[in-house]
Design a protein around this ligand. Structure first.
Ligand code: ATP
Ligand code: MG
Length: 163
């Protein structure tokens, strides 16, 4: 959050989190962090007024992350393409906003490498919600319990966020 809050302040967008305290999930935290960062930075980039919300919950199906914005939205026919590398909806806008069109391609790769799934819902002119679901025990090549014992050397894991 600290990484993206200056951008939110600058655009006068309310940035809020809805994350129960004390969540614990064993995962590749480096990847999860990058997923959240890319989704939040998009939400802020493509929102001019309103708010951006980060939600996280843990249930039987795993860790669910949602990034909700009240921005420009994505038309239905573009939605299947947004995860393609270098794809951007509006060259004029992105020339101004910057970026290479890689943020969501990375989100897609990292989510799938954790056996997760990714969903987008959007209403043009009203906003977009990205939802990522990462099932429990999704450390490639390792079972959750053995990964939990291997703190040094292997993939990083631990609590996803502390507030
Ligand atoms: N929250 C959003 N609201 C509206 N459009 C979005 C949103 N997130 C992504 N998009 C659209 O999907 C395209 C691809 O997003 P992606 O994050 O891959 O690239 P980028 O943001 O343009 O560049 P980069 O992430 O490499 O800086 C964006 O250019 C934009 O058109
Ligand atoms: Mg991006």
């Amino acid at each position: 959050m600290a990484l993206v809050s200056p951008a939110a302040d600058q655009k006068h967008i309310r940035l809020s989190t809805d994350i129960p305290s004390g969540l614990f999930f064993v995962t590749d935290v480096g990847k999860v962090r990058q997923i959240v960062l890319n989704l939040l930075s998009n939400a802020l980039k493509y929102t001019d007024k309103g708010e951006v919300t980060l939600r996280a919950t843990i249930g039987a199906s795993g860790l669910r992350i949602e990034v909700v914005d009240t921005g420009i939205g994505i038309v239905a026919e573009d939605q299947p393409r947004i995860f393609d590398p270098f794809w951007q909806a509006d060259r004029r806008l992105t020339r101004k906003a910057g970026g290479a069109g890689l943020g969501l391609a990375i989100v897609d790769r990292f989510t799938h490498s954790l056996d997760g799934s990714l969903r987008v819902e959007s209403e043009p002119g009203h906003g977009t919600t990205f939802a990522v679901l990462i099932p429990p025990g999704a450390l490639p090549g390792t079972s959750t319990s053995s990964a939990a014992l291997r703190t040094a050397g292997g993939p990083s894991f631990g609590t996803v966020w502390t507030r």
